[in-house]
Structures are given as C-alpha cells and as structure tokens.
Design a protein around this ligand. Structure first.
Ligand code: SIN
Length: 497
C-alpha cells in the first residue's frame, strides 16, 4: 500500500508503556497486548495489559498528587495547559501520523483532529483562572453567604478509539483546569496517540501523578470496573456506547461519584424542500462521512422532503462518487478503513437489512477486499423506511440512508422516535421553521444549515439515553468541580454604633 508509514520526526513520541506517577511502566503481570494498523493489519507495537491492581496503583498515584495540585492557582494550571496545547501544535504532524497509523483516518483528518484536540487545552487554559464563586444575599440578618468552586478530586476518564487525541483532551483539559488529577484509560485500539500526549504532558511540566495514562485491551472491563468502584475516584467521565455507559453507571452507584457520559447517537439529518440544495448536500456529506461515519454525531438517518428528494439523491450520490478510499497516508485519500471487523459486519448487516426491506443501493454497498478486510465502499441507499435496522440503531460506518418524508410534523415525529438524542441537523431557509424545528427536536445539539457542530467552545452532550453532562465550552469545567457554600453567621452592626 502506497509509501507505507512515514517515520516520526520525533521518535521519542512513540511509546510502548503506560504512564503512571511520572514513570513509563509495564503491567505488573508483564502482559501486553498488540495493536495493529486497521488498514494493513500490520503490527504497530504492544502496550501493557493493565489489570485491576495496576489500575489501583494509578489511582493511588493520582490521589497522592492531588493535595498539592489542587492548591496550585488557576493561573499556574492555565500556563501548564497552554504549554501542553503549544506542544501538541508543535508536534501536530507526528501526532497526526500516529492517529492515522492506529485509527486509519486520512492524514488531513488526523491533522484536523490534532488541532481540535489541542483546542480543548487552549480553551480550558483560558477557563482555569476564571473559576468564580458567588456572593449570595443572605435571608438571615447577620449572615453572609458565598461559594467557592473546588476540584472534585481524582477523576477516571475512559475514552474511545474514534478520536484517539480529542476525546482524551476534552476530558483532561477541564479536569486539570479545575485542579483535579486524572487516571485516563486510553482506548485498546488506539493507545499510542494517548501515550504521546503523556510524553508531551511531561514536557509541559505537568507534575508527576497528575496525569496518568493507563492501557488495556482485553482487561478493559475490569479496569473500568476498578475505576467506577473506587471510592478514591470521585468522578468518572466516559465516551462510548450507551450499553457500556449504563454498566459503568451501575458500577459507580455504590460510591456516589459525579458522572458524565457521552454515549451513542442516531442523528437525524433533515432536508426541507426550502433548503439550499448545494449546501444541504455539502452539509450531509461532511456530517455523514466524517471519519467514515465513525463519530457519534454523524448523520445516521437522512430525511429528505419529497419535493427535493430526487434532486438531493442525485447530487448527494454524485459527491460520493468523488471519494477516494484507501490508506490514510496515501495522497488524495478522502476516507480510510473502518476500525475492525465488527464495524464492517455492522455496516454490512445494515445494508443487507435495508435491501431486504425495499431499500435501493445507489452507490457502494460492498466491502473492498482489494484494499483490505476493513475497507467498505461509501454507500448511499434510497427509499429507506423506519422499520429498517439503520433507522433504529447507529450504523457507525459509511452508509447514508435517504428517507423520504411529507410534512414538518411527520419528520419531527420520525426524528424523535429514538431512545437516544445526541445531535440533530436540518437545512431550511424558513426562519419560523428554524425556530419551530430546533425547539421540537429531542437532542442535545443541533446544526441548522451546517453539518459540522463540534468546537471546543460549544457545549457537547446529549439527552435521553445519549448521556449526561456537557463537555467543552464554559460548562465543561462544571463537571469537574464541587460548589462549596460558606455561610458566615453572627455579623452584627458596626461596633460602637
Ligand atoms: C464522538 O464521536 O464521540 C465525538 C465527535 C466529536 O467530537 O465531534
């Protein structure tokens, strides 16, 4: 395949150990797991297979680092995060190479991810010095009331493979800004990017024990359980499936910790008759096929009003024809492989199910064995109906299903007929409709006349079974703080009066 993996400019960013208490460590058992390039299946390297005892050691390191780190000023933490941000940007190309290697996304997307990921450190470096409390008018004469914002403590962060850098920085950024210390479990499929971030954390002068990056593949369930059941860990933040989120919530219940969950979506993408066709097509392409459909905010159900359906289907399919699927390092590649065989199977099953219920494939629909077993053709299917599997579950792959609809009321009903509610999108030039539909959709985030909504400054999160809490934005730091109320009593009149 092409010219192969380009060497890193800074080879010391390629690590094969976990990072605990400022040390690069193996699992105590000596066990490791292998990580393979999803495009070629070639071995990238191995990482320590942490178990429960290793995880406990990382939690203890984070707990030991907490007393002094929580006393640092917001300005000091701001400078550390800013430096870490700068180091990420200085090493953008190497980090992008690592992302492409272990995740498969094309280099252009990987570079974009590094900037997006670093943006969370930049954003929260700006929030760290601004953790204001309140002065509250007391209802009891002689009392004075104020609040202070305190770090929750040790945080357990569990992140997925689809954004090997951005999902981890989106959690570590606000945690550190608030004065917390962290144990971050990197994804089993993509641990090398996270390890490179740990190396940059050290260079940024983050004190030892403040950031601990742990690794596991097969032991992921026991590592997750150890984090959730630990009473030392006072907050868990998880990005991943709704099924696992519910399990972690249950495991966390006995220790009453703070939780935030960014879980699965099944995003509706609605194109009304009055939309600008060209920008609706461009928005749908960007939204559906970002990372080959492997993001939880990707359009999953594309609803197109009947008056514009034929034209939209033609123009959308035409754009998909222009995609170039291949190895992420090769020139001109627009879309890489899926992450693993299970992802391919799911995509295949959604295509087959749609066809068996009357859906017609306009383009794609097949695997690409000549490229490798994890490659699938970008696919467009028309005449979709709500009894199909794709309508009910997230595909997490490059399959765009086009559903025709009649009225605004019909489509809002169809869009909301889902137990999850992460992102939703619609295209319309009618101002009144924009308000009506934005208010009616049961989701946490809406893109109106755009297919891309992710930004460090915008609150990210869902409703219903898509999770709890918000990441990024001025709200993201709230997930990592406790508000303490201080009531001063017995303040009498001026003495001598
Ligand atoms: C995700 O897929 O979980 C995150 C997507 C994003 O940040 O845009």
């Amino acid at each position: 395949m092409g010219s192969g993996v380009p060497p890193l400019d800074d080879k010391s960013l390629l690590k094969s150990k976990a990072y605990v208490n400022g040390q690069w460590v193996d699992a105590k058992s000596g066990k490791t797991f292998e990580v393979h390039d999803p495009a070629t299946h070639k071995l990238i390297g191995t990482m320590p297979e942490f178990d429960s005892a290793d995880t406990e050691a990382a939690i203890s390191a984070a707990a030991a680092a907490l007393p002094s780190f929580r006393k640092t000023t917001g300005r000091e933490r701001s400078r550390m995060l800013r430096k870490w941000y700068q180091l990420m940007m200085d090493n953008q190309e190497d980090l992008a190479k690592l992302i492409t290697w272990e995740n498969g996304k094309p280099m252009a997307d990987a570079r974009g991810e590094v900037a997006y990921a670093a943006g969370f450190f930049e954003w929260f470096s700006e929030e760290a010095p601004r953790l204001y409390g309140d002065t509250i008018p007391a209802s009891v004469a002689g009392n004075r009331v104020f609040t202070v914002k305190e770090p929750v403590g040790v945080c357990g962060l569990i992140t997925p493979w689809n954004f090997p850098a951005a999902m981890i920085t989106r959690k570590i950024g606000p945690a550190l800004a608030a004065g917390c210390t962290v144990v971050a479990k990197s994804p089993g499929e993509t641990p090398f990017t996270a390890a490179a971030l740990a190396e940059l954390a050290e260079r940024a002068g983050i004190p030892k024990g403040v950031v601990n990056i742990i690794t596991a593949l097969e032991n992921t369930p026991q590592v997750g359980e150890t984090i959730c059941e630990s009473d030392t860990v006072r907050k868990v933040s998880f990005t991943g499936s709704t099924r696992v989120g519910k399990l972690l919530m249950k495991q966390s219940s006995s220790t009453m910790k703070k939780l935030s969950f960014e879980l699965g979506g099944n995003a509706p993408f609605i194109v009304f008759d009055d939309a600008d066709l060209e920008s609706a097509v461009a928005g749908a392409i960007a939204c559906k096929f970002r990372s080959s459909g492997q993001t939880c905010v990707c359009a999953n159900r594309i609803y197109v009003q009947k008056g514009i359906y034929e034209e939209f289907a033609r123009a959308f399919t035409e754009k998909v024809k222009g995609f170039k699927v291949g190895y992420g390092y090769d020139e001109g590649i627009t879309h890489g492989p899926l992450i693993h065989e299970a992802a391919i199977k799911k995509v295949e099953s959604h295509v087959k199910d749609a066809e068996s219920h009357g859906g017609k494939v306009l383009i794609g629909g097949q695997k690409l064995p000549d490229l490798g077993s994890n490659f699938f053709q970008p696919t467009v299917i028309r005449d979709m109906t709500s009894d199909m599997a794709l309508a009910k579950e997230e595909t997490f792959g490059p399959v765009a299903g086009l559903f025709p609809f009649d009225t605004e009321a019909d489509v809002v009903k169809m869009a909301n007929a889902s137990e999850v509610g992460l992102a939703g999108y619609f295209f319309s030039k009618d101002l009144q409709r924009v308000y009506r539909v934005a208010e009616a959709l049961e989701v946490g985030m809406i893109g109106v006349n755009t297919g891309l909504i992710s930004d460090a400054g915008s609150p990210f999160g869902g409703v219903k079974h898509s999770g709890l809490g918000r990441e990024g934005s001025k709200y993201g730091i709230d997930e990592y703080i406790n508000i303490k109320t201080v009531t001063l009593g017995g303040i009498g009149p001026l003495q001598g009066s």
